[in-house]
Design a protein around this ligand. Sequence first.
Ligand SMILES: [Zn+2]
Length: 194
Amino acid sequence: MYRRRRDGGGIPRARGQCPRNRRGAEAALPRSAGRPMIRVGLGWDLHRLIPGRRFLLAGVELPSDRGEAGHSDGDVLAHAVTDALLGAAGLGDIGELFPPQDPAWKDADSLELLKTAYGKVKARGWRPVNLDCVVICETPRILPYREPIRIALAAVLELPREAVLVKGKTNEGLGPVGEAGAVEALAVCLLERA
Ligand SMILES: [Zn+2]
């Protein structure tokens, strides 16, 4: 049943729209000289899986009869992490930094592209706090290769291994990912002022 609010407002406001709550959320953000001290970024990527290509995750090759199609080496996880970093720092996305139509990036090592993006993030005065990733594919299984993948990402981002997590999921047989025709990756990265 609809009831009129006591303060006279007819339409209930969502929490984020309430001025009092908004001020509270901003006050909770660590700040220095008016600038936020932390930023979060999200990255997502998907590549088709085709025969004759390597299956790479953060530069680690997994045994598979199919690998990621792409202009570069197709490393889906390296691309998602790059976008998470660039997004958090407000530096655009991987397509802007390394345009896929540019022959310079043909068969490029995506871990090197991630290193370049990380260098730009660092130059802006940010450093990563942690990185959390999900890779979704039917095959191969991610778990046996999780540690080398974590170590590879931690090395690029100058993080302890504990600050990097990579989880493997399947798509329960649904859609192109579930039919082993594609691999998907998601990454969330938190940055703080260096
Ligand atoms: Zn990609």
